[in-house]
Each structure stands twice: as C-alpha cells, then as structure tokens.
Design a protein around this ligand. Structure first.
Ligand code: HPA
Length: 256
C-alpha cells in the first residue's frame, strides 16, 4: 500500500484527466476500470475514513477503458459530522492530482413520476437545502458542465434509452424526508432527492474542474411509492442500472 506521496507521484505519471466518485452501493459499477493502485481515504491529506456502510472509502488510480482516471470509492457526507471542507475534500484532491473533470454518482429518491427505482438522471441543476445556507447562499450559476451533461444525455452508451436530465435537491440527511417535505420539494422543482453531491460539484467548479453528476434512483421518495424507506433498500437497488451507468461513465470519462 503506497503512502500519499507515492500515490501522487503515480498519478502525476499516469496523468488522469477524469475523477469519478462512486456513491452509496455504487462501487460495483467499475467493471471497465483497471486499477493500478489505491489508497484509503484516511491516508489522503484532508480526507478521513467514511463511516457509512456501502461506502468503501478509498481513492484509486487506474484506467477506465482506455483513459487514465481517478476513482473515489465512497464519499464523505455532511451528516457524518464532517465540515464542508472535508466533504468537498475529494474535489480538491482531484484538482491537486491534475484532474480536469469531477464526475459524481449518487443514490437518490425519485420524486418525478418517471424516475422510479432503477432509473438514472443526469443532474442539470440542484437545489441546496443544506444547513443554514438554504435560501441564503446566492449561487450564481449551475456548477454542472453543459458539455458533459450533453455527452451523458446523448451517449450511445445509454443503450437506446434517453437519459433524463433534471434537478437534484440536496438535503443534509441523515434521516429520509417526510412525505410532506417531498411534496414541498416537488413544488420547488426537484426531480430527485439525495444527501450529497451539490456542494462538492460547486467546489469542483470553483476549482476550475468540469463537474457532472449522474443520479441512480434507488427508491421512490417518501410518500410516492407507499413503501417505507431504508438504507438497506437503497444499497440493494443502487446497482439496478449498473450496466447503463457504467457505460455512461465510460462515455463521460472518454470525453474529458
Ligand atoms: N432521500 C434522500 N436521500 C436518498 C434517498 C431518499 O429517498 N434515497 C437514496 N438517497
């Protein structure tokens, strides 16, 4: 196992342009990734080991298809008690290691009627309903790269299916929403709801990286499907669209 200095030297040699973040239960999507070397989050300056089940917590360097890439297996959440600087640490590390794009995946609850379990959505915009900044932080523009979103939405890799694009509502968690909160989010224009991604995308864009995100719908949002929600269901359903997600990520990585 290398230390960070050795890992960073290997990264400089391979020169990955894309960094991919695999969220809850999504680590299994990496069939096309050939890993050269990896390092636990805890050994990366500014990161800490994650605490959530389903999140591996390591940073790997290798090739995604023919492209050198960094892959974060797992992410750090605000609800784990980390400050935003740590939650956004992977974006900073990706920039430090020379990446030009920060491509995130996440598990979400589907709010829009066409986004049931197993659906994927390209994130075009987000609503940040996070700590005291909700309603107050003026975010000038969406951090998501229209170019990468277009690559995702038009990729042949989508296997004949159009990738829906829409709005991700970011809440802090850790509890799932109430049905009333989901109705409010729907009225605000949210298509999916999750507990990550938004601040990290903003941090990546502020660092000059192209940001992109694909949401994997693991469940109907509260009150929409009727069934109660739990983390085990989220992890179980995360890979329903694994092949399609892998193909989309491959297309995005190749386009960076
Ligand atoms: N709400 C918030 N976050 C989530 C959900 C949800 O329904 N499913 C997966 N992550």
């Amino acid at each position: 196992m290398p230390d960070y200095t050795a890992f960073a030297a290997a990264a400089r040699a391979l020169a990955p342009r894309a960094a991919v973040v695999l969220g809850s239960g999504l680590g299994g999507v990496v069939t096309a990734f050939r890993e050269h070397v990896s390092i636990p989050f805890g050994d990366v300056p500014g990161l800490v080991p994650p605490t959530v089940s389903g999140h591996g917590g390591r940073l790997a360097l290798g090739e995604w298809g023919a492209e050198p890439a960094l892959v974060f297996f797992g992410r750090l959440h605000f609800y784990e008690g980390h400050p935003w600087g740590v939650v956004c640490g992977p974006a900073r590390v990706a920039a430090e290691l020379g990446a030009r794009a920060f491509i995130q995946t996440n598990a979400v609850g589907g709010i829009h009627p066409s986004l049931g379990p197993g659906s994927l959505m390209g994130v075009a915009k987000h609503l940040t309903l996070l700590d005291g900044s909700a309603w107050r932080t003026p975010v000038a523009a969406s951090p998501y790269s229209p170019r990468l979103l277009d690559v995702l939405a038009t990729a042949k890799a989508a296997r004949g299916r159009t990738l829906l694009t829409g709005t991700y509502a970011a809440l802090t968690g850790p509890s799932y929403e109430t049905p009333a909160e989901i109705r409010a989010l729907a009225a605000m224009g949210a298509d999916v709801v999750g507990m990550s991604t938004a601040r990290e995308a903003e941090a990546a864009a502020a660092l000059g990286l192209e940001a992109a995100a694909v949401s994997c719908v693991t469940n109907h949002a509260a009150g929409i499907g009727g069934e109660p929600l739990d983390h085990a269901e989220v992890v179980r359903n995360a890979l329903l669209a694994a092949d399609r997600l892998a193909a989309l990520l491959g297309a995005a990585v190749a386009a960076v």
